[in-house]
Design a binder for this molecule. Structure first.
Ligand code: PBG
Length: 332
């Protein structure tokens, strides 16, 4: 890019002199349309509980979901991402609970489709909230078995679609699962169920608070580095994305968010699919704790979200979604 102009004829501060002018020339903006709110669901009735590692975020029993869904509707957030906190006695080696038509996700999907049909639903396809070892796949001879896991993920996707899930989000990083899921969904005529692939998911320590929120942290003995990506790499992100698009992914997710803006930007420049970013639990907790301690101000939330838009993400999954949507509503 050529640099045109020079001081004193050119004064860049001229375009920053007032709020209306800065608004006029702003290159990116955030609207509640760009947000996805993750929601944690727990078993039981009439309970809303705090999550220690994620201040301000709660787990809801299914009967209490309308409380938060009413807000999602009011503040015009298009989609929610559902995550279960599975009771220990429902976890096993192969994550059977994932295929229970009455599990927390299925119950929630039925409720949302019935009472909040205008809200989009996104469900993770992965076994970690359901396994007694906290891994995303089936363990055979001490290894996560790719193809056996994919078979279960396909069934999990069909079940979620039957319950009304709009967006299937494989978050497990097994090879070939997007293709197998698309094939199975089409066979069952779920042509309108879309696939948001966590194509670029790094083996990150920033998922810690989330694992606590879904109750897999204390279970997990080893890391997830044999399937999630190595954070030293970026070209690998292209291979993952290319393969998943070929296999039928409608949208691509990059995760974590803030520390992978280079990846989002590169993918945006090279692929013509919607790219979403996930501002993960560790990023949330860092910012939230700093705000609570008055080290940062609330504006740091919007600033962090806009960085995703600048990088090229069309939407952001963030635990701040409601805070941001409320703030936007105040301004408008
Ligand atoms: C499950 C899953 C994880 C997250 C979303 N889906 C954790 C993991 O892979 O261990 C992380 C989300 C967050 O940290 O906010 N596979």
């Amino acid at each position: 890019m050529k640099i045109i102009g020079s001081y004193p004829k050119t004064r860049l501060r001229r375009m920053r002199k007032s709020q209306w002018l800065r608004n006029l020339v702003s290159e990116t903006n955030i609207s509640s349309n760009d947000l996805v709110l993750p929601i944690f669901i727990r078993a039981g009735k009439n309970r809303i509980e705090s999550i220690k590692s994620m201040p301000g975020i709660k787990r809801y029993t299914v009967d209490k979901l309308p409380l938060i869904l009413n807000q999602v509707k009011k503040y015009k957030i298009p989609m929610v991402a559902l995550f279960p906190y599975t009771p220990n006695n429902r976890k096993d080696m192969v994550g059977s609970e994932a295929l229970n038509p009455n599990n927390l996700i299925c119950q929630s999907l039925r409720l949302i489709k019935k009472k909040f049909p205008s809200i989009g639903t996104m469900c993770d396809v992965a076994l970690d909230p359901y396994t007694s070892h906290g891994q995303d796949g089936v363990i055979i001879n001490d290894k996560i078995d790719n193809d056996k896991t994919v078979k279960i993920l396909v069934e999990q996707s069909i079940l979620q679609s039957e319950m009304g899930c709009d967006v299937i989000a494989p978050s497990d990083m097994m090879d070939g699962r997007v293709g197998e899921i698309r094939k199975a969904l089409d066979k069952k005529k779920f042509y309108d169920v879309s696939i948001l692939s966590y194509a670029v998911k790094y083996a990150s320590s920033f998922y810690g608070p989330f694992r606590d929120a879904v109750g897999s942290k204390s279970k997990l003995k080893k890391d997830k580095k044999t399937y999630q990506m190595d954070y030293r790499n970026s070209t690998e992100a292209f291979r993952e994305t290319g393969l998943d698009i070929k296999e039928g992914a409608d949208m691509i997710l990059v995760k974590p968010g803030l520390i992978y803006l280079d990846i989002i930007n590169n993918l945006k420049k090279n692929f013509n699919v919607p790219i979403l970013a996930y501002q993960v639990s560790g990023e949330y907790s860092l910012i939230k704790n700093a705000i609570d301690k008055k080290i940062l101000t609330n504006e740091s939330i919007i600033e962090s979200i806009l960085s995703f838009k600048r990088a090229g993400a069309c939407a952001i999954i963030t635990y701040f979604a409601l805070d941001i949507a409320k703030k936007i509503n105040q301004i408008n």
